[in-house]
Design a protein around this ligand. Structure first.
Ligand code: 5GP
Ligand code: MN
Length: 320
């Protein structure tokens, strides 16, 4: 698998690099690590994301060069599609990006990345960034401080700061290697976790006011509507992490955050503790992700959407 990817990298000159809509730290860190590595090899590389980079990730080296619109995909020999279980996850440009001659998929989702034959997929990896680190090592590419900062961020954010069960022994080995190569763990943590705009905390307060419990407190949920965002002057990216607060409550095994993307369209983030498999729940509703962190999109009134999600939870977790 590595060999096919390395062969494409060596034989091509101009690369597009992309990841999923609403990019997170793993998507951005993995994209930018590959961007710096390819440029270091003297290749041409462009990073495209449909959605803007959330402010918290503005410190990532190279993030200022990410583009959000493309006239044409002609001229790209190959594209890296990162952290996407399905190519549709790149958004509106999925079809055009899918028409590029060579597609390299690097992913760590449960049922992920298999839309291309040139792929590095390992659901046991903490993050796509950890797989990118393996690839660069295989290729003998020197990890610069810029690359190290990006991959460290990918790992830190996708493991919830090394707390989730996707954190393996290798995750710490890679993190240690990256610190040795110039990733400043304090600087990175401060940028990601200690630069929240006060608007976000106000929105969090409003979201926590909507908290509800089901199944004797084993399921907890909150919601965020467009109206709440508008009233607080907040952005969609400010809802990042809200669902984790619900999971942090004693007794909660499944945490749900309903986010109203637009009228009667909701994105639902699911988190679990222990062995509850929220990937199965999201899967029933057309989404996916990981055992303890998944998401899906459902249309309908908030009442109808809540009913569907609770139905899927009860169907998957017959013991709840
Ligand atoms: P989050 O709730 O943080 O947005 O997403 C949790 C996990 O679910 C992430 O691993 C993410 O990649 C995955 N995910 C988010 N949205 C979707 C979706 O619409 N479809 C699928 N298949 N996975 C998603
Ligand atoms: Mn990821």
């Amino acid at each position: 698998m590595f060999n096919e990817v390395i062969e494409v990298i060596n034989s091509c000159a101009t690369f597009l690099i992309t990841a999923h809509v609403r990019p997170d730290g793993d998507a951005l860190g993995s994209e930018l690590a590959i961007y710096h590595a390819l440029r270091g090899m003297g290749k041409n590389a462009v990073v495209y994301n449909q959605d803007q980079t959330p402010d918290v990730y503005g410190f990532l080296p190279g993030s200022e060069n990410i583009i959000h619109s493309m006239d044409s995909v002609n001229g790209f020999d190959a594209v890296f599609v990162l952290d996407c279980s399905d190519i549709k996850r790149v958004g509106n440009e999925a079809d055009r990006i899918g028409s590029i001659d060579k597609i390299i998929s690097i992913d760590h989702h449960v049922s992920g990345g298999t839309f291309s034959e040139i792929l590095l997929v390992d659901p046991s990896a903490s993050s796509t960034g950890e797989i990118v680190h393996r690839l660069l090592n295989r290729m003998g590419i020197a990890i610069t401080a810029d690359i190290a900062t990006n991959i460290y961020t990918a790992i830190l954010t996708d493991t919830g700061s090394f707390r989730y069960s996707n954190t393996g022994i290798d995750t710490f080995r890679v993190a240690a290697d990256l610190m040795g190569k110039g990733a400043d763990c304090r600087y990175i943590a401060e940028n990601i976790y200690e630069t929240r705009p006060v608007i976000q905390i106000r929105l969090m307060g409003k979201a926590l006011d909507t908290m509800e419990f089901y199944e004797g407190g084993r399921v907890g949920s909150i919601y965020v509507t467009q109206e709440m965002l508008r009233r607080e002057g907040a952005l969609p990216e400010h809802t990042e992490g809200f669902v984790d607060i619900v999971r942090s409550i004693q007794g909660v095994e499944i945490a749900v955050c309903y986010y109203e993307v637009s009228r009667n369209r909701f994105k639902i983030s699911l988190r679990s503790k222990g062995t509850v498999d929220v990937e199965k729940i999201a899967g029933k509703l057309g989404g996916g992700g990981h055992v303890n962190a998944s998401a899906c999109r459902v249309e309908g009134s908030i009442k109808a959407v809540k009913g569907k999600v609770l139905g899927a939870i009860r169907a998957v977790c017959s013991t709840l």
